[in-house]
Design a protein around this ligand. Structure first.
Ligand code: BGC
Length: 349
């Protein structure tokens, strides 16, 4: 079915064809791959012309082999599950441990590495679907997921839907690496970030939440007023030391299930402002601390340490094992429904 839409981008190692879809509403344009439902480019107006604000690759082989989940849709469970184990409805489920002792981003072959089907495509909207069989990566139940990318004026909206035939954890996000000065412009340490988050979930040294919800006040995790990302990233604060920088789930103020502001980021170089709104309980702010120097990106760009930031709207990490966290369990027959919106504008000098 996908074959009818977009243009060819390459063949996976397994011989599956991958297509690239282009959305353009005259304000924003983006390129989406059927591989991982990946946002490969997102071009937005800047003070001096259009700027591509997401990191990406020119070849499918890089998407298949290099780590980092650049631009991908992540599932069935984004972020970590401790020791790759959880108990649901009295049964233990065992998942791959692909991040040290823990399960990360859906496992050995998460949804980020599967080819999605194109259900519909217009100039401003792409609808992708994925059928995840019962037992995939150790998860219970067959999940049928649908993700809609829509350009709406100055915003890119991502709408995630899923149903399952058995109870199962579901936590979907998009793992775009943003750099509002341009994907090829170097570090983001001088870009400003504000998080509408009064608390966060501190972790152990393997990035598994301790179960507590701590106030950000009085710590470098306090990003409630806009600050350059680099302002406090180097402080001797245990959470930042363990994460090699920011790599934490922040609790979005207000009520989960209701659209509300999560973050605002800004580059003074291009004037680009990105506002993030979501109905998710949390957002992972990750300052690309594991993006190694010298990685080859689009159009000859060279990416490196902290050349981007991710704002992954999500359920809290390890939710399947943390009874105090908002439930991430999609009950059989119920509907998973989550929306995140990235709105772009340009600010003067
Ligand atoms: C995680 C990081 C990880 C990155 C890429 C983020 O969501 O929190 O620890 O390195 O994804 O895999």
């Amino acid at each position: 079915m996908s074959k009818a839409f977009g243009t060819p981008f390459g063949m996976t190692k397994n011989g599956e064809e991958v297509r690239e879809l282009v959305l353009d509403n005259g304000v924003l344009s983006c390129r989406i791959l059927t591989f991982g439902g990946t946002v490969r480019a997102l071009t937005v107006p800047g003070r001096e012309g259009p700027v591509d604000v997401v990191l990406g690759y020119d070849s499918l082989a890089q998407y298949e082999t290099e780590g980092g989940y650049l631009g991908a849709l992540v599932g069935r469970f984004a972020n970590r599950i401790a020791q790759g184990r959880f108990v649901l409805d009295g049964r233990e489920h065992v998942l791959a441990c692909n991040d040290g002792p823990n399960h990360l981003h859906g496992g050995a072959v998460g949804w980020s590495h599967r080819v999605w089907t194109v259900e519909a495509l217009t100039a401003e909207r792409a609808v992708l679907s994925l059928d995840s069989p019962d037992g995939e990566e150790g998860y219970p139940g067959r999940v049928q997921a649908k993700v809609t990318y829509a350009l709406e004026g100055e915003a890119l909206t991502i709408h995630y839907e899923a149903v399952s035939d058995r109870d199962t954890p579901v936590n979907l996000t998009n793992h775009s690496y943003f750099n509002l000065a341009g994907h090829d412009s170097g570090t983001v340490l001088d870009q400003e970030l504000q998080l509408f988050c009064t608390s966060y979930t501190p972790t152990d040294e393997t990035s598994i939440p301790l179960g507590r919800i701590d106030p950000v006040e009085g710590t470098p995790m306090d990003l409630r007023a806009p600050v350059p990302i680099g302002a406090r990233i180097g402080e001797d604060f245990q959470q930042l030391v363990w994460g090699r920088g920011y790599d934490h789930n922040f609790v979005v103020d207000g009520q989960p299930g209701v659209m509300r502001p999560a973050a605002v980021a800004r580059s003074r170089a291009t004037g680009i402002v990105m506002e993030v709104e979501t109905d998710s309980p949390g957002v992972q702010f990750y300052s690309a601390n594991f993006l190694e120097d010298g990685r080859k990106g689009k159009g000859g760009a060279v990416y490196g340490f902290r050349h981007a930031f991710c704002l992954e709207t999500q359920h809290f990490p390890d939710s399947p094992n943390q009874p105090a966290f908002p439930s991430c369990i999609l009950r059989a027959g119920e509907e998973y429904d989550q929306t995140t919106r990235f709105r772009f504008s340009v600010q003067g000098e």
